[in-house]
Design a protein around this ligand. Structure first.
Ligand SMILES: Cc1cc2nc3c(=O)[nH]c(=O)nc-3n(C[C@H](O)[C@H](O)[C@H](O)COP(=O)(O)OP(=O)(O)OC[C@H]3O[C@@H](n4cnc5c(N)ncnc54)[C@H](O)[C@@H]3O)c2cc1C
Length: 435
């Protein structure tokens, strides 16, 4: 099957989901002259979207998959220790088992994680520049800040314990500056004495408010001619293998192409397009602290707790945690409380301040495939439906390149990057009917 079978120059394209990925796809499709309808069940960039609540990092260095060699040895700890950055709920274990096994296998050898780091590098290499351009185009250039990103470690030994991850980054031409204790505290004077070693990614950037950013991108898409339909997509009208319409609770939308960009909810839609995707939620949390006694010069990731600290428009955002559980389970707000405890330990002034107040606790679903790569490209069961989901930990940063790639494939142009590493065909067991 090919994506450009009798492709007319202007196609009617329905994009399902207006998170960062759907918004970026819509803008790139409009650039190609297509007629775009964005179908969104909630508010674009609203709290229901994972794009709303992430750590707001735009890091070209986020190329390290979660599943790394030796991770399996830590599973008992993740099951028992509620304080570890990754937790697994016992009750969810049977349902998660197929995903978990494939996830562990994806990171079982150095060669496999090298391949994934290479694939993610292609998606992220130019991400900060692409976000700057996109934000400027949408009239919100002030939302992208390019002052680098900082990793704070208790000491050099803690950094060296992650030698494979940093070696993979170096192999993929990602460079950084090492900071001794003095240089670290000069750049981040607020951070406590627990942290004595730093890594500065000068090419890194961050977003001041991802929800506002996504809303602005969707507004821009509408200004460029897209239609925004507030509705929930429920399936497709496919006749003789050919897409006729997207079905929604507000009626049918006749179209030539459809893009599934519904984050964690994409799995059910992908199945209707012929693919059984092994994707689960790696849930994460954030708390936002209003009136913090400081503003960070650059966002910080703590090397020990893997928590992202970012100054945003609403306040000091503390984001992180990976909680593996089944999708309908209620949020475990103790995870968010834990984030705050860690923040107070990392930033002594935060603990001492009487003016600070938590104004938001949020939980979101990282749409995570087993190998840490998104699924981008044509569906197996219908050549006119395109996947654009499964971005796990890197959806915000990789949005612009993902959107461009999907638009290239739909428009039948040479793709901006090699699409093969993200194709659904890399999962032979996932095809509908083979499970
Ligand atoms: C705690 C945390 C920290 C993170 N930090 C970072 C970070 O620093 N940098 C980074 O790059 N990534 C980060 N991520 C990951 C990133 O947020 C996600 O990968 C990304 O937001 C996924 O975007 P999306 O557009 O695919 O999904 P979403 O943002 O979830 O958007 C999907 C949209 O589709 C809509 N939808 C769903 N089903 C339907 C339907 N049937 N019909 C119509 N609409 C539908 C939803 O309402 C939603 O608006 C983090 C994630 C978490 C949880």
């Amino acid at each position: 099957m090919s994506s450009n079978d009798s492709a007319p120059s202007a196609l009617r394209v329905v994009v399902i989901g207006a998170g960062i990925i759907g918004a970026a796809c819509a803008i790139e499709l409009l650039r190609d002259g297509h007629q775009v309808t964005l179908v969104e069940a909630g508010d674009p960039g609203g709290t229901q979207a994972t794009s709303y609540g992430n750590a707001a990092w735009l890091s070209p260095a986020s190329v390290i998959p979660m599943s790394m060699p030796g991770l399996w040895k830590k599973i008992p700890q993740y099951l028992l220790d509620k304080n570890s950055p990754l937790t697994l709920r016992w009750r969810a274990l049977p349902a998660l088992f197929p995903w978990l096994i494939r996830f562990l296998l994806a990171g079982a050898s150095v060669a496999r994680v090298e391949a994934t780091a290479r694939a993610l590098t292609a998606l992220l290499r130019e991400a900060p520049a692409r976000h700057r351009a996109l934000a400027a185009e949408a009239g919100v250039p002030e939302l992208i800040i390019s002052r680098g990103l900082l990793y704070a470690y208790p000491n050099r030994a803690a950094f060296e314990a992650e030698a494979l991850a940093w070696r993979l980054r170096r192999d993929n031409q990602i460079s950084w500056k090492e900071l001794d204790a003095q240089a670290l505290h000069e750049l981040a004077p607020e951070i406590g004495e627990t942290y004595q070693f730093g890594i500065l990614l000068e090419q890194g950037a961050n977003c001041l408010d991802p929800g506002t950013y996504v809303a602005a991108l969707v507004k821009h898409a509408v200004a460029q001619g897209a239609t925004l339909l507030r509705a929930r997509a429920s399936g497709f009208d496919i006749q003789n293998g050919h897409l006729r319409a997207v079905l929604t609770d507000a009626g049918e939308l006749a179209c030539d192409r459809a893009v599934i960009a519904a984050g964690i909810h994409s799995k059910a839609l992908a199945k209707l397009a012929g693919d059984n995707i092994c994707m689960e939620s790696e849930r994460g949390y954030h708390v936002i602290v209003e009136n913090p006694p400081f503003k960070l010069a650059t966002p910080v990731m703590s090397g020990d707790t893997k928590i992202g600290y970012t100054s945003t428009l609403a306040g000091f955002r503390v984001a992180g945690q990976v909680e593996l559980t089944s999708m309908p389970a209620a949020p475990d707000w103790s995870r968010a409380d834990k984030l705050l405890q860690h923040a107070m330990a990392a930033y002594p002034a935060l603990a001492k301040s009487t003016k600070t107040a938590v104004i938001q606790r949020w939980m979101g679903n990282r749409p995570s495939t087993t190998d840490g790569r998104p699924v981008l490209g044509q569906a197996s069961g219908c050549a006119q439906i395109f996947h654009a989901f499964g971005h796990g930990h890197i959806g915000l940063v990789s949005g612009p390149t993902s959107g461009r790639l999907v638009a290239d494939l739909i428009s039948g142009r040479p793709p901006i990057i090699d699409p093969a590493p993200y194709s659904v065909t890399r999962f032979p067991w996932n095809r509908a009917g083979k499970n």
